[in-house]
Design a protein around this ligand. Structure first.
Ligand code: NAD
Ligand code: UDP
Ligand code: UDP
Length: 343
């Protein structure tokens, strides 16, 4: 989806990207919580393009109006500024429940709020799903596996989370959110889907959300030191956002109701990843080592056999290609003069 050339000017009707014309019987009313965020806005683009009606609920904590600006005024689209911690009455057919800060600096900024969002927020969406009979998908995370002792991680692994550490507000919040999904399924007959998402990157990542992909790219483009936390031997496996959106939509519309890993198994050490981004940007930045962060998982890589078998899904975008798109996006952000504090 590309941005319209001109937005509203002199009261003229705004232009929007094209959407498919679905017959009324196939058009769904779909709620996307957190739809103004990074992943959410790409999901909204996909659902709108398919011809569905989309309602975004977002409190704009880390979301930005400009991520969905190109849909504002479209008859199929509605943006509601609302905090999921508060109840809400809507009539919908499906819920993609993404609302939750996702990067460590953002979710640790106000841990109590992060916990409320994953618990009370998820409870409200489950209550809404129960009342309307909507199917609900939760975006859970590879963080439910904590600092894993099984590698790669399969869905059957119970995880290794420090419930008292700085990451716990996020990890334990998502773990109990999963528990609530299956309690409502068992007790209330709700149709539930749970995606355990592994590290995802792409355009519209928040420039200062502190994640490794955005930090390294911005630092490299600005010629600043690239900050590795610890010795850089820890690993992550990075997936491009388009692949994730494919996986979320395929999971929602599948018949499989247990948790499914959605991630790209291509694994890098953080040190290798810094060198890769330095090469792709042609940067002269130096590598700087900062202290390791507490409870940083040592390794992470999804086993995606289940997604392949149950959904027929697997990633299609090579990490290098996804990084090229993302680097181009951040070049645009820097050119536009948006203030970007780093490190
Ligand atoms: P993001 O921070 O860009 O998006 C989260 C969105 O939720 C933002 O628009 C934010 O304003 C909104 N939000 C937060 N708290 C809210 C509240 N109380 N009420 C209403 N809206 C609220 O992050 P993202 O990367 O797009 O992540 C989306 C989802 O995917 C999250 O649930 C996250 O846990 C999950 N996830 C993401 C990744 C990843 O690598 N990006 C990995 C695992 C899981
Ligand atoms: N809820 C909501 N919208 C609805 C239905 C429910 O926000 O359309 C909230 C409701 O306020 C409650 C939560 O969802 O806090 C759980 O609802 P449920 O009906 O499961 O539980 P109860 O209201 O009986 O505690
Ligand atoms: N990281 C890093 N430098 C940065 C940001 C992150 O070395 O500027 C490391 C971080 O310690 C972790 C990995 O990169 O080992 C991924 O961090 P991110 O915050 O992107 O995601 P998460 O820890 O949630 O997987």
């Amino acid at each position: 989806v590309t941005m319209p050339d001109e937005l509203v000017e002199n009261g003229a009707a705004p232009k929007h990207p094209a959407v498919a014309q679905l017959p009324e019987s196939e058009r769904k009313r779909i709620l996307v919580t957190g739809g103004a965020g990074f992943v959410g806005s790409h999901l909204v683009d996909r659902l709108m393009t398919q011809g569905h009606e989309v309602i975004v609920l977002d409190n704009m904590f880390t979301g930005r109006k400009k991520n969905v600006q190109h849909w504002i005024g479209h008859p199929h689209f509605q943006l509601i500024i609302h905090d999921v911690v508060e109840p809400i009455m809507l009539e919908i057919d499906q819920i993609y429940h993404l609302a939750c800060p996702a990067s460590p600096p953002h979710y640790q900024y106000n841990p109590i709020k992060t916990i409320k969002t994953s618990t009370q927020g998820t409870l409200n969406m489950l209550g809404l799903a129960k009342r309307t009979g909507a199917r609900m998908l939760l975006t859970s995370t590879s963080e439910v596996y904590g600092d894993p002792e099984e590698h790669p991680q399969r869905e059957t692994y119970w995880g290794h989370v420090n419930q008292l550490g700085p990451r716990a507000c996020y990890d334990e919040g998502k773990r109990v959110a999963e528990t609530m999904m299956y309690a409502y399924h068992a007790q209330g007959g709700l149709e539930v889907r749970v995606a355990r998402i592994f590290n995802t990157f792409g355009p519209r990542m928040h420039p200062n959300d502190g994640r490794v992909v955005s930090n390294f790219i911005i630092q490299a483009l600005q010629g600043k030191d690239m900050t590795i936390y610890g010795d850089g031997s820890q690993t992550r496996s990075f997936q491009y956002v388009d692949d994730l959106v494919d996986g979320l939509v395929m999971l929602m519309n599948s018949n499989y109701h247990l948790p499914v890993n959605i991630g790209n198994p291509e694994e890098f050490s953080v040190k290798q990843f810094a060198t890769l981004i330095k090469d792709l940007t042609g940067s002269a930045s130096r590598i700087a080592h900062l202290p390791a962060t507490q409870d940083d998982p040592h390794k992470r890589k999804p086993d995606i056999a289940l997604a392949k078998r149950e959904l027929g899904w697997e990633p299609r975008v090579h990490v290098h290609d996804g990084l090229a798109h993302t680097i181009a996006f951040f070049k645009g952000v820097l050119k536009s003069g948006e203030i970007v504090p780093t490190g």
